[in-house]
Design a protein around this ligand. Sequence first.
Ligand SMILES: [Zn+2]
Length: 80
Amino acid sequence: MLRRLIIRFFPTLASRFEKDSREWMIQCQKCDHEISVWDAGGIRYKARGTVRRLGKCSSCGKTSMLRIYRPDKPADPDAP
Ligand SMILES: [Zn+2]
């Protein structure tokens, strides 16, 4: 998988990808199951907006419209 190659050869880049990808959630429209893009094995980096994509839900196993979005989060306390 591409992600494994990135982690292996570009660890600094990978950690940035991971941070961004963990902020994005994939929600199944059938069972409301949510998983982060990273945990689902994907990468989403420097992206905006909400995307809908047809895919297989890892929870109910059905092919469903998956909503990929970044939940609103409070301001990062570590931000400068
Ligand atoms: Zn589901």
